[in-house]
Design a protein around this ligand. Structure first.
Ligand SMILES: N[C@@H](CCC(=O)N[C@@H](CS)C(=O)NCC(=O)O)C(=O)O
Length: 204
């Protein structure tokens, strides 16, 4: 039994989808950013970083989206959510690490610029760059990372719900996502999956 601490539409979404796809037994704890729940002492005991996702397991608490996704995939081997070879697994991790360390960070400059500067002008300047940076990331993914129909090719993996999250963020970040038809088609394929439809009911 797992407990997923999540906020709607955040990096917790791919973890939530992976749990559902894997057939895991889990329950949910909603963290409302509008109430600053992520900074309250009860949540900081779960994740002192004050971020979601956090997954409570019977072995301890896991944070960081790529790590949690890999844990779910390896814990539920029958769900076949990672490539079986070391190279294939590394390629999946390469993609998820890019989303976590580059794309998510580029997105975070829209709402969380004060992490990097106390200067209001700098924060505004970083915000103004978000659409361009996210479009550049989308362009890189569109042309280099999406084998099709899934990120890793024929196999649906933990890369797919993570890309789905990023695809959902693009318009809000000011990106014209119609310029990225392969990402849009991937998003539509994700939305057609029953597990994704079940999960999305918790993210509206
Ligand atoms: N590196 C972390 C980032 C997690 C993260 O920043 N999550 C955001 C939601 S997408 C969050 O909890 N933000 C709350 C805040 O910044 O106060 C991961 O990949 O899981």
């Amino acid at each position: 039994m797992f407990t997923l601490y999540y906020a709607k539409g955040t990096a917790a979404l791919p973890v939530h989808i992976a749990l559902q796809e894997a057939g895991a037994d889990y329950d949910l704890r909603l963290i409302e950013f509008s109430n600053q729940d992520q900074l309250k002492p009860e949540f900081l005991k779960i994740n002192p970083k004050g971020r979601v996702p956090a997954l409570v397991t019977d072995q301890g608490i896991l944070t960081e989206t790529p790590a949690i996704l890999a844990f779910i995939a390896q814990s539920f081997g029958a769900a076949n959510l990672i490539p079986s070879t070391p190279y294939g697994f590394a390629k999946a991790q390469e993609f998820n690490a890019y989303l976590a360390a580059t794309v998510h960070v580029a997105h975070a400059h829209k709402m969380r610029g004060t992490r990097w500067s106390d200067d209001a002008g700098c924060v505004a300047s970083m915000q103004a760059k978000v659409a361009q940076n996210m479009a550049d990331c989308a362009d890189f993914i569109e042309n280099n990372c999406l084998e099709g129909p899934w990120v890793m090719g024929a196999q649906y993996t933990i890369c797919d719900p993570y890309l789905f999250l990023i695809a959902r963020w693009l318009r809000g970040d000011g990106v014209d996502d119609t310029a990225f038809p392969r990402i849009l088609a991937h998003r539509a394929r994700m939305e057609a999956r029953p597990a994704v439809q079940d999960v999305l009911k918790h993210h509206v």
